[in-house]
Each structure stands twice: as C-alpha cells, then as structure tokens.
Design a protein around this ligand. Structure first.
Ligand SMILES: *Cc1c(COP(=O)(O)O)cnc(C)c1O
Length: 429
C-alpha cells in the first residue's frame, strides 16, 4: 500500500499541530509507519487520502456502533442541523435522551450531559467529593478516566498508596488526594481504605477495563468493592464511557449484578458527536447546581445536534437487543482466528471479548491487571499492526487499546481479517 499523501499530510500537520495530532494515541508512536489521514468512512470501512480502503476495527475509538454514515443517524443529525446548531437553552431532545438512559440503567434516576468523557468523569468526581465532603479518591492503575488533573496519576516510589502526577503540569498537591490500587486485587483496595483512614469520597473503576487492553473485572472483585464502599461510606463510580452500550445494552451493568452509585457515559451515547454524561440516583444528583451547591456547567452541554445523534443511536440499539449476541459471536470468531494464526507459528496470544469489544495480547499468561498487561510483546504487536494495516485491516495502533465490532462488520470482513492475520504471523514470527 502507498501512504505518500498521508506522509506528506502528517509532515504538514506537524508544523502547526503538536505531534501532528489532536490526541496523542493517533500519532502511531507505538507502532511502525505514519498514521493514514482519513478522507471518509463508509459502513464498516475507512478510506484514506491515498485511496486505501480499510476494515475499521477502531470506530473512532468506540462511538460508531452502527459504523460510518448510518442513514438513520445521518438523517436525524441533518434534521437537527437545519433547526440550528446550538441555543444554550433547554431542548426536549435532552429529556428524550435522558429518558432512554434512565430507562436502561437501574442505578440512574437523573443524568446530566456534557461534551466529553473526560468532562463527565471530572464532574462526577466533583459531585462525589461534594456529596461526601471528602477529598480523597481511589482509582486503579491502568484504568483511564480522561485527562483531568486528579486522574493523571501514577504510583509514587515504593508501595506508596497516594499517587504522584503522571504528567508535568499536574500539581502534586492535587494528586496526593488520588489513591492507586491494583485492578482485580481487593487486598490493595483494603490497604488504601486503611491508609486513608476510610476518608475516601469515591472509588472509580472501569468495570470492564478497555484502556489497558481489554481486561474485565472479576465479579467477586466488583462485589468486594461494593462491600468496601458501603462499609466506609464511599461512592462507587462505574466509568462506562467505553463499555456503556458496547459490552451490552446496559454496559457492564448488563453483565454484572453489582450496582454502582454513579455512572459515567460517553462515546456511543454521542454516536460520533461530542457527548458525555454522568448520572446517579435522585438524591446524589440533587447536590448538583442549580438544585444543589456543587457547581458544574457547559455552554455546549446537551447540544441538540449531538443529542439527536445519540438518541437515534440508542433507540436503534434498544429496538435490536439481539445485536449484542451477533457482536460477540463475530468478536469471538475474529480473536479466535487471530489466536490460531499466532499458534500456527508458535506465538502465544491471549484474547478477551465482551459484547462488541475485543482484545488480544501477545502474551502467554492471563491478563488480570496493568502489570500483567505490560508483559505483552509490544514489538510483536507493532509488526502485527503494520502487516495488518498494509493488508487493509485497521486495528488500534497500541496493544493497550480495545478493538470494536459494529453493526455493519460482516462475516466476510472477519474472514478477510483472519486470512490477513495468518499471512502476517507467518511473515513476522
Ligand atoms: C474514552 C474514555 C474516557 C475519556 O473520554 P473522552 O471523550 O476521550 O474525554 C474516559 N473514560 C473511559 C473509560 C474512556 O474509555
């Protein structure tokens, strides 16, 4: 495949945009080659400016569960655009989308819309702190919750419980309030509660982690978290920005019986438009301005065009719940095919599927947490990614990301991808 125009476009972008991209992962830093610049999408396919065609397993990192240019979503967006792009005043479509979400999630009585997942989580954490009157929060190493200051943390030296900034520009005075525990390890959570003397406002978790590769939480672990939060009066937040409407119609909450106190959503609820949301029971949400004292606002929050896209998308999903069976059947077929292709040349691979989400690691042991994930063979992944890209298979450009099946991913596309995987594995092993 030729990438000449993309290479040139990347050089041009580099001159005026840091790293040539508006979000770091897009820069292809962890894999070979330069990122294709996209010209357009069509159903399950992406096309770049050199005219290359790819099967798209990234789907804008999750939002596009109906693929590109879905006719219904497109029609509702165009209709909304014609009425005006934004009013900064209430519209009924916000209530309609809120009703769809409230109707599906037992843990949500009320929901507020924002413009990104980052904003949803940032606001949810402020609300949790406001409700409990506590400053400390607990997160898990390897879980991603957007790029707000409190959440850009890493483990300090030794076995420190309290986090240190993972990026310059984040004050240590802030991250000292963020405790870090190990995913799927309840003992590490107990230690945090003990070290903080129970003074923790909330525990935030991706109940199905999708940002260290695909690493689901064990049910017993989630149950243990629920019990600890109840014991210490901390709120349990499920960050379902990725897993919501992806793992199942109700996200992780359609799979696990554990109920969180608060939920954050994004990605699919905007269908490709910028939308995030956070919700909880009526009592918690009553603390939010203007009902309560916890401040939160947004000029473009609940944007009518974005709401229209999300509403159509969620209505379509709700009308076809059996889609999730088809998603996971296809996802399993794909990663089983990848694993067989790897096994054929004696390369170890472990795989995971939850609904339309799939993950694979070049590793010979099960991945339960971030430390396990870090043992994957990233060099092998980089070669695999390049080989697949050259054969028209567009996979996430990092071994720590999740892949996605959408409603217009066909069996033929899966078969073509597996065939490519056999060729690539034979070449790189
Ligand atoms: C993508 C993601 C976010 C951040 O959402 P943005 O819209 O990129 O700000 C937060 N949490 C999780 C679990 C995510 O996957």
């Amino acid at each position: 495949m030729a990438y000449d125009k993309s290479i040139e476009a990347f050089d041009e972008a580099y001159k005026v945009i840091p790293g040539g991209v508006d979000s770091p992962v897009r820069a292809f830093s962890g894999v070979e080659g330069t990122p294709p610049f996209i010209s357009h999408g069509e159903a399950g396919y992406l096309f770049d400016i050199d005219g290359n065609k790819y099967i798209d397993y990234v789907q804008s990192w999750g939002p596009l569960i109906f693929g590109h240019c879905d006719a219904d979503i497109e029609a509702s967006v165009i209709e909304a655009v014609k009425r005006g792009l934004s009013f900064g005043a209430p519209t009924t479509v916000e209530t309609d989308l809120a009703n769809e979400i409230v109707g599906l999630f037992e843990s949500i009585d009320k929901v507020r819309f924002v413009s990104s997942g980052t904003e949803a989580v940032m606001s949810a954490i402020r609300l949790a702190r406001g409700v409990t009157g506590r400053d400390n929060i607990l997160k898990f190493t390897g879980c991603y919750h957007g790029h707000s200051d409190s959440l850009l943390v890493q483990a300090g030296s030794g076995l420190a419980t309290f986090g240190t900034p993972s990026s310059p520009g984040v004050p240590a005075d802030l991250t000292k309030h963020t405790l870090l525990a190990t995913y799927n390890d309840l003992a590490s959570v107990k230690k945090c509660f003990k070290d903080a003397r129970g003074n923790i406002a909330c525990v935030i978790i991706e109940p199905i982690a999708g940002n260290m590769g695909l690493v689901p939480a064990d049910e017993t672990f989630l149950e243990g978290l629920r019990d600890l939060c109840d014991e210490y009066g901390a709120l349990l937040i499920f960050d379902e920005v990725m897993s919501g409407f992806r793992a199942s119609l109700k996200g992780a909450q359609g799979i696990s019986t554990v109920k969180p106190d608060m939920v954050t959503l994004g990605k699919v609820i905007g269908a490709g438009m910028p939308v995030g949301a956070f919700g909880a029971n009526a009592e918690i949400m009553a603390h939010l301005s203007p009902e309560g004292p916890v401040y939160q606002a947004g000029t473009l929050s609940g944007n009518p065009v974005a709401m229209a896209a999300g509403l159509t998308s969620l209505k379509k999903l709700k009308a076809n719940p059996s889609m999730y069976v088809a998603f996971s059947t296809k996802a399993k077929k794909l990663v089983d095919g990848f694993a067989k292709a790897a096994a054929a040349v004696n390369v170890p691979m472990v795989t995971e599927v939850r609904g339309s989400m799939f993950g694979f690691f070049f590793s010979n042991k099960p991945v339960k947490n971030f430390a396990d994930a870090c043992e994957n063979d990233t060099k092998m992944f980089a070669k695999f990614h390049k080989g697949m890209l050259d054969r028209g298979i567009y996979l996430a450009c990092s071994s720590y990301e999740t892949g996605f099946i959408c409603a217009v991913t066909t069996d033929e596309m899966i078969e073509q991808s597996i065939k490519a995987a056999y060729e690539v594995m034979a070449e790189i092993a």
